[in-house]
Write a protein that binds this ligand. Structure first.
Ligand code: ACK
Length: 221
């Protein structure tokens, strides 16, 4: 393997500090527990089960993998287009190892994934690859017309057999539907307002965004 390929990580991103990971996992479990009991959710259970009147335990439905992070650039050790440029980018090199606050502004679930939306600040946006949304176009056709940073998320869990890359696609899909308008009435909950976006897609926009200190770094392995 040429040296330059060894140097590039699997991905770059913000890695949530340990103490806040625990808090976010708890909040998301509470949300799943509550969602599971709502009549509005029960009405659309078939989106999850494929069969009418079948129960689902959302707390067991998703498996969480590894530590919580917000991927900026997936590089796959240099095989992904633009990886080397990203790794050598001045903003990336300057920010590497620094801690900043991620703002988690919504929680969302689909039959595939559960995640938190990350709303990037002006200071964080330069670390976001310009083509991250466009890259998702083959999966979510409307993705390229969404603002830069729309795909930013923390994966909280995936259903059996689903890869974490799906979480960002699910988020983009919900944001595209949100942009289209024509939704029903949100359900006001303690944590925020909950909206249904058809086909098992739900988003809870938090009344109070959660602030999560995170270290900008990379993951090798
Ligand atoms: O939850 P995530 O953002 O989705 O974090 C993991 C991380 O990289 C390690 O697998 C994300 N990931 C995987 N493949 C891709 C891809 N093709 N594009 C963007 N992100 C990806 C995955």
């Amino acid at each position: 393997v040429p040296h330059e390929e060894v140097d590039i990580p699997l991905y770059f991103g913000w890695f949530l500090l340990a103490a806040v990971q625990e808090k976010i996992r708890c909040t998301s479990m509470d949300f799943l527990k509550t969602l599971d009991t709502l009549d509005a959710f029960k009405k659309h259970l078939i989106d999850f089960t494929g069969k009418p009147d079948k129960e689902v335990d959302l707390e067991q439905y998703y498996k969480s993998k590894g530590s919580l992070h917000c991927t900026t650039k997936f590089c796959n050790h240099g095989t992904v287009e633009g990886s080397k440029d990203y790794a050598q980018n001045t903003a990336v090199q300057k920010a590497y190892g620094s801690v900043s606050e991620l703002s988690l502004t919504a929680l969302f679930v689909t039959p595939r994934t559960v995640g938190a939306r990350v709303s990037l600040t002006e200071e964080q946006l330069p670390l976001w690859p310009a083509d991250a949304e466009k890259e998702a176009e083959s999966v979510v056709p409307a993705a390229a017309s969404l603002p830069r940073g729309s795909r930013a998320h923390v994966t909280l869990g995936c259903a059996e057999g689903v890869e974490p890359v799906q979480t960002g696609f699910d988020l983009l899909q919900i944001l595209a539907l949100q942009k289209d308008g024509q939704q029903g009435e949100p359900l006001e909950m303690e944590l925020g307002s909950l909206m249904y976006y058809s086909e098992g897609r739900w988003m809870l926009t938090l009344r109070e965004p959660m602030s999560a200190p995170a270290c900008f770094s990379s993951f090798y392995a």
